[in-house]
Design a protein around this ligand. Structure first.
Ligand SMILES: Cc1cc2nc3c(=O)[nH]c(=O)nc-3n(C[C@H](O)[C@H](O)[C@H](O)COP(=O)(O)OP(=O)(O)OC[C@H]3O[C@@H](n4cnc5c(N)ncnc54)[C@H](O)[C@@H]3O)c2cc1C
Length: 371
């Protein structure tokens, strides 16, 4: 429990309420995790700023939780306050293609609304769970599109100054599944602004499963439909009835390595799996690579080639998704410890087979992949 002084100060803020009934299992899509000290619910950006100031002034450990779709939390009670941002307006200026969304807006509502308006740029990011405020945190991306393609600025509460201001996207160091908001405690995103295109067409499509003609642009609504269908076939759209979606999405990031390291990995694949597999090993040049020498490998491909099939290990409380080897899933009564054990198993297997140490994508709280 919070100390009574802080409880009083927080409760006195207009638009703030405290809830001690929720556990991380209730708040996350992996549906595991113990209770936080308390959940602080903020109904407006102003209320959030006031509450965050109180928490920072008392050096209280806190974490914003949006959709809980990128979090793995220990089963033990957590000495941390959860902050929920319960404001969710979405403003779309159709003629200019300019969009502002409150942090608490559901991300896919932002995508659906802009696609309905014929705006282009985020249709490939359809169906990704979570809130708009979380999207810059790991520069959310899918099917060849990334948040950084369209994000212009964010309204950010900065812990260092205890104040909120619009800051340009260029100050966030956005890169593959990274920003300087991830793992750093720099601040809390209160709203985002996106610049989209207004001609009704998607961004140029690059991903093979979406187009036969790389670079083509198609009507945004049809691209959104295709993306949602593709994602659902891989268990990547939340569905409470489908345990393949009780996950944190892709559990490991795709390794980015130097070209010479990729050659070494490919030769290990050749020895272990033969020429056919080795010749087909996915390796994509990283466009923004510092020296043009970096390549991105496929974590899912490496996991499969290391001997972990979809659904591995076949039974138990936590398994790989039966639709996608990159998702670790809760089959109904898993604990965080079960997910952690599976993650360690997969990471150790890929390391032993190919010398690649996979890096988890979600935020871990109270648990670690290292033994
Ligand atoms: C089925 C499934 C599919 C997925 N597919 C993709 C995908 O295709 N591409 C992709 O990139 N990700 C994907 N993810 C991961 C996840 O959905 C995204 O990372 C999403 O942006 C997380 O949003 P959230 O609101 O759930 O964040 P949470 O899980 O609640 O939080 C994640 C982290 O962000 C921080 N955070 C959240 N909100 C804020 C805020 N307003 N200000 C500052 N920090 C904040 C939290 O403190 C925490 O550290 C998928 C997840 C699932 C379950």
């Amino acid at each position: 429990m919070l100390d009574s002084f802080l409880t009083q100060r927080l409760s006195a803020i207009d638009g703030v309420s405290l809830d001690d009934s929720q556990t991380f299992a209730d708040l996350t899509t992996l549906r595991v995790g113990g209770a936080p000290q308390v959940t602080v619910v903020c109904e407006s950006a102003a209320a959030a700023v006031s509450a965050l100031r109180e928490l920072d002034a008392t050096s209280t450990r806190y974490m914003v939780v949006g959709g809980g779709s990128n979090l793995l939390v220990s089963d033990d009670p957590q000495d941390i306050v959860v902050v929920r941002l319960a404001f969710e307006d979405i403003d779309v200026h159709v003629a200019f293609g300019l969009v502002r969304a409150d942090a608490g807006a559901t991300w896919d509502d932002v995508v659906a609304m802009t696609v309905d308006c014929g705006l282009g740029g985020i249709e490939c990011l359809s169906g990704i769970p979570g809130d708009a405020g979380a999207v810059p945190v790991q520069n959310v991306g899918a099917y060849g599109a990334e948040t950084s393609d369209v994000l212009t600025q964010i309204y950010l509460y900065e812990s260092a100054t205890r104040s909120a201001a619009w800051v340009p996207a260029s100050s966030l160091d956005l890169s593959y599944r990274y920003s300087n908001l991830k793992f750093t405690g720099r601040g809390v995103v209160l709203a985002i602004e996106l610049q989209l295109t207004t001609d009704g067409l998607s961004k140029p499509l690059r991903f093979g499963q979406l187009t036969q003609n790389p670079g083509e642009r198609r009507p945004v609504a049809s691209v959104r439909d295709d993306v949602l269908r593709l994602r659902a076939s891989k268990g990547m759209v939340l569905d409470p009835a489908d345990h393949d979606t009780w996950s944190a999405g892709s559990f490991f990031t795709n390794p980015i390595v130097s070209s010479s390291t990729a050659d070494v990995i490919q030769s290990k694949v050749r020895v272990a799996r033969g020429d056919e597999d080795a010749d087909r090993m996915p390796r994509h040049a990283v466009p923004a690579g510092s020296d043009g020498e970096e390549v991105k490998l496929s974590a899912a491909w490496l996991i499969e080639r290391a001997g972990f099939a979809k659904g591995y290990p076949g039974s138990g409380p936590a398994t790989l998704s039966t639709k996608h080897t990159l998702a670790l899933t809760n089959r109904g009564d898993a604990k965080a410890a079960d997910i952690v054990a599976l993650a360690r198993d997969i990471r150790a297997g890929v390391l032993a087979a190919f010398g690649v140490e996979l890096v988890p994508e979600p935020i871990w709280l109270g648990v670690s992949i290292d033994e």
